[in-house]
Design a protein around this ligand. Structure first.
Ligand SMILES: [Zn+2]
Length: 46
């Protein structure tokens, strides 16, 4: 799951089941927001 640190803005890939604490790997900040994976919608050209 991809998270974004609200402190430094870096994207951190965290597995919450493996990692027991949510923490930014870069600055150590503990408040991260969840990033939705970009959904690419493909529209077929006629
Ligand atoms: Zn950070």
């Amino acid at each position: 799951m991809l998270y974004k640190c609200i402190n430094c803005g870096k994207e951190v890939d965290l597995d919450l089941k493996a990692a027991k604490k949510v923490q930014c790997a870069y600055c150590g900040y503990r408040i991260l927001e969840k990033i939705r994976p970009p959904v690419v919608k493909r529209v077929q050209a006629m």
